[in-house]
Design a protein around this ligand. Structure first.
Ligand SMILES: Nc1ncnc2c1ncn2[C@@H]1O[C@H](COP(=O)(O)OP(=O)(O)OP(=O)(O)O)[C@@H](O)[C@H]1O
Length: 326
């Protein structure tokens, strides 16, 4: 077995590379991993983690030796490595949370569990479903509408001097709320055709996105289903209350929408979801695992158990126990 760590120095609020490299070597020593089997690389550019993971997967295939790859960064870096290693049964990808959102891990455990290097080395690989989307592979959630528009607007405000992350986020929200709210969207959800005047929608393999919005609080990433939530268009005064419910995952319990959510939400389970705006207002902004872009149409298709991911020991044990109980 080989072990590869890909450290993104630009992820999150501070460069993770300095302290982390010796900590990885120390934890590998405690886990009895020979130094020649371990490699720690700092990424040099956007897309580098994908190239390095793809190369490690090719080597694993050529030499018949499995590789465990961890990214230190956020969901973007993790997604790059997952994409690079995709299709290789001998490669599994994990994450050390050093990003700003780190939504991937919230489906499986806590930030503390994923930050624990000893638990990471003692953990294991599990197979999860992935989504093939127009924005690339996704392990978590593909969403479109108001929240994606807010995320898409943030970088423009970040360019303003003295405008930090939270201020840029707040300004992007204000701009969206001052503009036209809601889109008319035509959905194809497996065989069902549906047109909805909606605020936003989320096609979920994992549970959270946007830095902890529990869009699909009960989603199981290995059940062969995508959970689809569509939020109907509401007035500005209702948006804050609705987003509060949505962020906390209070719209869904025991496999169904809660009574308070029913007037505002539509829920479906599906294998393939397509959507396109039909209101003539141009493309709709969509987001998936850190990627964000305007799209004329989006399709998210389930790829059952196509992802091989690494979970730290406590999360791995919970995942396996849950799988055994189904
Ligand atoms: N050396 C580098 N220089 C510039 N960009 C890089 C470098 N290494 C990686 N990147 C890019 O940085 C981007 C952002 O990283 P990432 O998404 O992991 O962190 P984040 O945005 O802070 O966290 P999150 O996505 O969880 O909110 C990734 O898309 C990746 O391509």
């Amino acid at each position: 077995m080989r072990y590869l760590f890909l450290l993104n120095p630009t992820a999150g609020k501070r460069d993770c590379t300095t302290g982390l490299t010796p900590a990885i070597h120390a934890a590998a020593g405690r886990a009895g991993i020979p130094p020649e089997k371990l490699q720690v690389v700092v990424t040099q550019y956007a897309g580098h983690a994908r190239a390095l993971a793809a190369e490690a997967a090719r080597t694993a295939e050529a030499e018949g030796e499995p590789v465990r790859i961890w990214t230190a960064g956020g969901d973007g870096t993790f997604n790059e490595a997952l994409t690079g290693a995709n299709g290789c049964a001998l490669a599994a990808v994990g994450c050390l949370p050093f990003g700003s959102g780190n939504d991937f891990l919230r489906t499986y455990g806590t930030r503390e569990e994923f930050s624990d290097l000893d638990a990471q080395f003692a953990g294991g690989a599990v197979d999860i479903d992935l989504m093939e989307t127009d924005l690339g592979l996704s392990a978590t959630i593909c969403a479109a509408g108001l929240d994606a528009q807010v995320a898409y607007g943030i970088p423009q405000f970040r360019r303003i001097p003295f405008c930090g992350g939270e201020m840029a986020y707040a300004l992007s929200i204000v701009r969206q709320l001052c503009g036209h709210i809601g889109r008319k969207v035509a959905f194809t959800i497996d065989g069902e055709e549906l047109t909805v005047d909606c605020l936003m929608c989320a096609v979920c393999n994992g549970r959270t996105y946007g830095g902890g919005f529990y869009a699909a609080p009960e989603a199981r990433p290995d059940d062969g289903w995508l959970d689809v939530f569509i939020i109907r268009r509401v007035g500005r005064l209702t948006i804050a209350r609705l987003l509060g419910m949505y962020k906390g995952g209070k719209h869904f319990r025991d496999g169904a929408l809660t009574e308070q959510a029913k007037p505002y939400f539509l829920y479906r389970r599906a294998k393939c979801v397509s959507l396109r705006p039909t209101d003539g207002r141009g493309p709709i902004v969509a987001t998936a695992d850190g990627e964000c872009a305007p799209c004329e149409a989006i399709t998210a298709r389930l790829r059952p158990l196509a992802g091989h991911v690494l979970l730290p020991k406590p999360a791995y044990e919970r995942f396996m126990a849950q799988r055994a109980s189904v």
